[in-house]
Design a protein around this ligand. Structure first.
Ligand SMILES: [Zn+2]
Length: 280
């Protein structure tokens, strides 16, 4: 009785506060209006994107090792095996990167051979240091996802502005690492029809998450976060884990990974997720 109450309470906390608190956390993020001016070339973007199509096909043929064997379910926000791929997997994602801890997190993950997607914002990529950090994370082999340029709530801005928030970041990421993001996560998980359409035009897989805790006041410490990420009833097959570029998440990362692996879960390689282009 006590347990089911706890689970119920947890569900409530999770569902009700996931977006709200992240919003509180992230409204403090630096905003830079100058950045908008730097990145306005929508027409060029479209032309560039058309040129790219052929390259992608060649790349696909070269990747014999990694067959697409999972999809992202856009209703449950879990990953699902297409055929007989291992279903006891979870996917790790790190948002609001690369701020102060992303590179260290990437190095920890790399040492442990744990794949993850880093969802980045343009406002962290405006100076050389941010660009260099992104390049280092990408060079360690981590896929980079689009988390929009300024982390605004897409439900509150015009269609034109949404397009700019998404495309300008893809242009910037491509300029820095040489390829465009293949995954898209709306700030606060607040997708709109427009942003989903643009994500698909850009061949990005939209991706919210199944659970996460590091924006909750109760879990902003190494021990508490490590424990809840492993013991939560939401840890289940195909779960997409949301974490952030934060000091306590950085500190909890290794213990969290060990705990989840001890429970028998494999961290899914995002390259095994079927790309938008390949969808029927
Ligand atoms: Zn975010």
């Amino acid at each position: 009785m006590k347990n089911s109450f706890f689970v119920l309470l947890l569900s409530f906390v999770l569902v009700v506060t996931a977006c709200g608190n992240e919003e509180k956390e992230t409204t403090n993020e630096p905003k830079d209006d100058e950045a908008i001016e730097e990145t306005k070339n929508e027409e060029e973007t479209i032309a560039k994107e058309e040129e790219k199509d052929e390259d992608v096909t060649e790349e696909k043929e070269a990747e014999v090792d990694v067959q697409p064997s999972y999809i992202v379910n856009e209703k449950t926000w879990k990953v699902e095996p297409i055929k007989d791929a291992n279903d006891k997997v979870v996917l790790l994602t790190i948002d609001d990167a690369p701020d102060k801890h992303a590179l260290e997190m990437a190095k920890t993950l790399s040492e442990k051979n744990v794949p993850a997607i880093f969802f980045v914002n343009g406002h962290f990529l405006q100076n050389e240091e941010g660009k260099k950090t992104l390049k280092e994370i990408a060079d360690l082999g981590f896929p980079i996802g689009n988390h929009t340029y300024h982390h605004e709530n897409l439900t509150e801005i015009s269609e034109e502005k949404q397009r700019e928030e998404i495309i300008s970041l893809n242009d910037l990421v491509e300029e820095i690492i040489g390829s465009r993001p293949q995954f898209f996560r709306a700030p606060f998980g607040a997708n709109t029809d427009t942003s989903l359409r643009i994500a698909k035009e850009e061949k990005m897989i939209p991706m919210n998450w199944t659970f996460g805790y590091d924006w909750e006041a109760d879990y902003q410490s190494k021990d508490a976060l490590e424990k809840i990420m492993v013991e939560t009833p939401y840890l289940s097959n195909g779960a997409i884990l949301l974490t952030h570029d934060r000091s306590w998440t950085n500190e909890a990362l290794e213990g969290m990974i060990n705990g989840i692996q001890e429970k028998g879960y494999e961290f899914l390689d995002p390259n095994k997720i079927q790309k938008e282009k390949e969808a029927a």
